[in-house]
Design a protein around this ligand. Structure first.
Ligand SMILES: O=P(O)(O)OC[C@H]1O[C@H](OP(=O)(O)OP(=O)(O)O)[C@H](O)[C@@H]1O
Ligand code: HPA
Ligand SMILES: [Mg+2]
Length: 182
């Protein structure tokens, strides 16, 4: 039986996989002759980075940073906390931040400022999903997979109170589930 909190499917698994392959090809072309460091933003981006890095044909490394601002609610608290930092310095490296979703943009704003101060050779952003209608700060996103409507989404890494990250598709929560979470 389908979970009663899960509403309509917004992006099917096949469409996710096809788009991830396209983004991987585009990144490989753009960074030809260079090595990149993927900075995966835990936990949401973990499925995306695992699929994306298998599509890259250029040398790459991956490191992980954990930040959190949502707690168990469906709205950002606006306060971004680093829960785990990168293992190594990034000075002189071509860094690509890999995110699952840019919603208000507050997490990414914090990350861009923080990582820029560490003097990478370049710093770009790849986010599978974006919700332009909810953006509170305007930020440069070099690679994007899909635009979402103003609905709280779960699946393919995205959670509600840590659940549903394992769904192979992206789905909207039902209105009742959103109301119960906030
Ligand atoms: O643009 P924003 O409004 O800042 O929202 C986007 C961020 O929020 C989510 O992470 P969250 O803080 O919930 O942690 P998680 O990745 O562990 O789920 C998501 O993975 C992004 O990192
Ligand atoms: O729609 C969303 N779903 C899950 N996590 C999120 N973090 C920001 N927006 C979302
Ligand atoms: Mg989350």
């Amino acid at each position: 039986m389908r979970d009663p909190n899960i509403g309509e499917i917004l992006i099917q698994s096949d469409d996710l996989q096809r788009r991830v392959a396209d983004i991987g090809a585009e990144i490989s072309r753009d960074y030809e002759g260079r090595e990149i460091l993927l900075v995966c933003v835990l936990k949401g981006a973990v499925l995306f980075v695992a699929d994306l890095m298998r599509e890259l044909t250029i040398p790459c490394q991956v490191d992980f940073m954990a930040v959190s601002s949502y707690g168990s609610a469906t709205r950002s608290s606006g306060v971004v906390r680093i829960l785990k930092d990168l293992d190594k310095p990034i000075e002189g490296q071509h860094v690509l931040i890999v995110e699952d979703i840019i919603d208000s943009g507050l997490t990414l704003q914090y990350l861009l400022r923080n990582l820029r101060s560490r003097n990478p050779a370049s710093l770009e952003v790849c986010s599978l999903l974006t919700k332009p209608s909810r953006r509170e700060v305007d930020l440069p996103i070099r690679y994007t997979g899909f635009e979402l409507p103003d609905r709280y989404a779960v699946g393919y890494g995205l959670d509600l109170a840590q659940r549903y990250r394992n769904l192979p598709y992206v789905a909207a929560l039902t209105a009742a589930a959103v109301a119960a979470a906030d």
